[in-house]
Design a protein around this ligand. Structure first.
Ligand code: ADP
Ligand code: MG
Length: 419
């Protein structure tokens, strides 16, 4: 196959090339270069590349080219996505890239009424973007014809699995024609994604673009294995006191409660130069906190994972993952925040017994082991309280069952037998 360097090297038509030029894309991204020719050759594909690398266009361009112009009333392509936001985003990209075609498309998703969505469907459609739940609802109402669906895309497959959509996806695939091209895209090559692909794809070709090592190369990474919340707090206090160069620190936690507790603790024991942001804070106080931190007036920012997404904070000296991020790419993004512009940075991650499972997946993603450090001997290691231990046991069960659906579980054993 000749080497692909520009969009002109794919067999795309004028309409599509014009739309690409207008959207300002100059060169295909690596995942686009690798997957578009294979999709055009008719293969089922598993495409894996980091968030933000252009996976949407990687499947949309060949899809638009294949469908060409509007035809019939029922959708010929179905794109499944985990969230409403993503469905809308994909639909918008179809609008942009399909601007000079007459292909009809719409997105259906939960969280808003069905009236408008049904109207859109009733006027005839070529490409349907849907969240799994809403697709099933409207299918059962009889407003989606599935007979013509010959192209199926599972976008953000890893997130769909994380959100527990497997049963819905199974149901959907029972009602679409067997003979079809399947494209699966994901930010990670997690085991559950492979399982999904085995179930639904036919002799798929795997296309993988590994994250650029440079994102994490410049950064020192430390991992501490810490048994419980209280010990994490002790370690945090130790690090904040001991490591003088911890002068611009972001601390990430997975819950609002944890974020608040960390904030209170630092404020009381370490420094008043600390702010906290999370979903319960209004927009104004969040912005103020971020600005105070950016301007250097505040040394420490505590944030939940969700709120932290999309905040651009440069020149951070340390990122502390008080909890291991459940969305694994967040680790890469987060660690990428330190060490910008040749400044060196340190990313410190605290890992409990449950989180060991997540850190393993993250290490696969970044293709390296995060060097372990011993808990310094001045840090008090606490007993895990009963409730916290129970919670962890329950979480471990959930993880094991995700890997092996037949796993009976230590925690729920008794309950399950009675059923
Ligand atoms: P992913 O699905 O991999 O997370 P997206 O498809 O959402 O990434 O694309 C991320 C951003 O990159 C979007 O704003 C998209 O418009 C843009 N983009 C996609 N392909 C290209 C390209 N070839 N050149 C420049 N920008 C691109
Ligand atoms: Mg995407």
């Amino acid at each position: 196959m000749p080497e692909i360097t520009t969009f002109n090297d794919f067999s795309l038509n004028k309409q599509i090339l014009n739309a690409i030029a207008e959207s300002g894309y100059v060169e295909p991204t690596p995942i686009q270069k690798k997957s578009i020719p294979l999709i055009q050759a008719g293969h089922d594909i598993i495409g894996v590349a980091q968030t933000g690398t252009g996976k949407t266009a990687a499947y949309l361009l060949p899809l638009l080219m294949k469908l060409k112009y509007h035809q019939g009333d029922d959708p010929r392509a179905l794109i499944l996505a985990p969230t409403r936001e993503l469905a809308i985003q994909i639909d918008e990209e179809i609008k942009t890239l399909g601007n000079y075609t007459d292909l009809r498309h719409c997105a259906i998703y939960g969280g808003s009424g069905t009236k408008l969505q049904k109207e859109n469907l009733s006027t005839g459609i070529d490409i349907l973007v849907a969240t799994p739940g809403r697709f099933i609802d409207l299918y059962l109402e009889g407003v989606i014809g599935t007979k013509q669906i010959k192209n199926l895309v599972l976008d953000e497959a890893d997130k769909m699995m994380d959100m527990g959509f497997m049963p819905q996806i199974r149901r959907i695939l029972e009602v679409v024609p067997r003979k079809r091209q399947n494209l699966l895209f994901s930010a990670t090559m997690a085991a559950r994604v492979m399982k999904l692909s085995e179930e639904f794809l036919e002799f798929p070709m795997t296309v993988e673009v590994t994250p650029q090592a440079t994102t994490v190369d410049a950064i020192e990474q430390w991992r501490y294995d810490v048994p419980n919340f209280k010990t994490k707090i002790n370690l945090l206090e130790y690090l904040m006191r001991k490591e003088k160069e911890l002068n611009r620190v972001i601390i990430f936690s997975k819950t609002k409660a944890n974020a608040n507790n960390i904030y209170k603790f630092i404020n009381r024991k370490v420094t008043k130069s600390v702010r906290v942001i999370h979903g319960n804070k209004d927009q104004n106080s969040r912005l103020n906190a971020i600005n105070d931190f950016k301007s250097g007036g505040v040394r420490v920012l505590v944030s939940t994972d969700v709120v932290a997404r999309g905040i651009d904070v440069t020149e951070v000296s340390h990122v502390i993952n008080f909890d291991v991020p459940i969305i694994y790419e967040d680790y890469v993004h987060r660690v990428g925040r330190t060490g910008r512009a040749k400044l060196s940075g340190v990313a410190i991650t605290m890992v409990n017994e449950v989180e060991v499972n997540h850190i393993r997946e993250i290490e696969k993603l970044i293709r390296m082991e995060i060097p372990k450090r011993k808990i310094p001997k001045h840090v008090q290691v606490e007993e895990t309280p009963f409730e916290e231990a129970q919670m962890m046991a329950r979480e471990i069960d959930v993880i094991k069952r995700r890997i092996d659906p037949d796993y009976q579980g230590a925690f729920h054993e008794k309950k399950q037998k009675r059923r």
